[in-house]
Design a protein around this ligand. Structure first.
Ligand SMILES: C[S@@+](CC[C@H](N)C(=O)[O-])C[C@H]1O[C@@H](n2cnc3c(N)ncnc32)[C@H](O)[C@@H]1O
Ligand code: SF4
Ligand code: SF4
Length: 353
């Protein structure tokens, strides 16, 4: 067979489109914002987590969702929030996933892990991601909770002892922590983290108005490039969109799988390509309380599958890499700050790439 040397993005879209036409397309990875309840109130929280919302999915509703996802071919359900482990039905949800052959993962601030150790062990998650947004006292300051850093490290130790297949860490970078990322990385690795994800800020929830200066972003791109050259398992997140010469270098090639292999279920049951929290009325595909998920999957998501290039801003329509970038990370785009290719090109030039 002739080698296909077209870029991954083009091949992936073609493959998923064929699967869609053949009715074999499956939402492989589904994210669930399990609750808005949180034991922290981070000032930069994109979910604006605080108390649980009154209309969050009931146990019966989420168990039914899991059954539907299993029928549709979902292989991974990732729980985030808020703090997903604060849902009293966390064990039941994880158990149902296990019974239905769906692997689970969750994202946590790490603060309530020790007291929930047994429950998490029994749930047998496949992966966990612990968030670290500063080194030691600065993490506590950024996250607004004294002792948060020590607890996050303790959580990493516990997950490592549990021998979970994937123990990862994540940092939202900003001016206040950018120079500490190497210290955070070293400490996380010493406590068992296998992978570090460096996230750009999404300006929604309590983070509305926050954004990173290109100078900060350049520092991060250079640091991640140098670390990857040395073989470390660290990468920037897909929220940066297509990164030109750094794409596939400081992160796997950019491809937004929303509506192709993934979607997000919001705490109240709204289904969105990805969690554009501020705009459910514009971007929801329907609510699991009212619509079977398979109906949404086969009849909805057209904004991702058909009209993508019509929807993008004029700058993107005129762009020479639109076929690779496809208008960047959708979540960043709907929140207004999405094109970082000039920064990536400058860094690549400075690095001599
Ligand atoms: C919303 S939190 C929920 C899980 C858990 N409470 C935690 O903090 O890890 C999920 C991830 O999103 C990150 N995050 C929070 N606010 C963000 C924002 N405005 N932009 C980008 N990432 C953000 C967190 O650091 C965490 O890694
Ligand atoms: S970022 Fe996580 S820990 Fe912080 S308030 Fe939001 S949900 Fe809670
Ligand atoms: S202009 Fe649009 S399509 Fe081009 S790189 Fe920027 S975000 Fe991507």
């Amino acid at each position: 067979m002739k080698d296909d040397d077209r870029p991954l993005q083009i091949r992936a879209e073609e493959e998923y489109r064929t699967q869609f036409e053949n009715k074999t397309l499956a939402p492989f990875y589904v994210q669930w914002i399990a609750t808005h309840k949180c034991n922290f109130k981070c000032p930069h929280c994109g979910t604006a987590a605080d108390e649980a919302k009154p209309d969050e999915l009931t146990t019966e509703q989420i168990l039914n969702v899991i059954d539907q996802l299993a029928e549709m071919g979902t292989k991974v359900l990732s729980l985030t929030g808020g703090e997903a482990i604060l849902r009293p039905d966390f064990p039941e949800v994880m158990q149902r996933c296990k019974e239905r052959g769906i692997m689970t993962g969750f994202v946590t601030n790490g603060f309530a892990i020790k007291e929930n150790r047994k429950m998490i062990e029994e749930a047998e998650p496949f992966s966990v991601m612990v968030s670290l947004d500063g080194y030691r006292d600065n993490h506590d300051k950024i996250r607004g909770t004294k002792g948060a850093y020590a607890k996050a490290m303790e959580a990493l130790d516990i997950f490592t002892e549990m021998e979970l297949p994937v123990v990862a860490t994540a940092t939202v970078y900003m001016e206040e922590n950018v120079d500490e990322i190497p210290l955070i990385y070293d400490d996380c690795v010493a406590h068992g983290s296998m992978r570090h994800r460096i996230q750009t800020i999404v300006p929604e929830g309590r983070a509305v108005g926050m954004k990173n200066d290109p100078v900060i972003m350049k520092k991060v791109f250079k640091y991640v490039y140098e670390m990857k050259q040395k073989g470390h398992n660290i990468e920037v997140c897909e929220g940066h969109g297509y990164l030109g010469p750094l794409d596939g270098v400081i992160r796997p090639p950019f491809f937004c799988g929303c509506g192709w292999n993934t979607f997000t279920i919001m705490a109240d049951g709204e289904v969105m390509g990805c969690p554009a929290l501020e705009f459910p009325e514009l971007y929801s595909e329907g609510n699991v309380k009212e619509v079977p998920i398979a109906d949404m999957w086969w009849k909805g998501f057209t904004r991702f599958r058909e009209t993508l290039f019509d929807d993008v801003p004029q700058d993107c329509k005129d762009c020479d890499v639109l076929d690779l970038c496809r208008g960047a990370c959708w979540l960043q785009r709907v929140n207004g700050d999405y094109c970082f290719i000039d920064t990536a090109r400058e860094v690549a030039k400075e690095l001599g790439l």
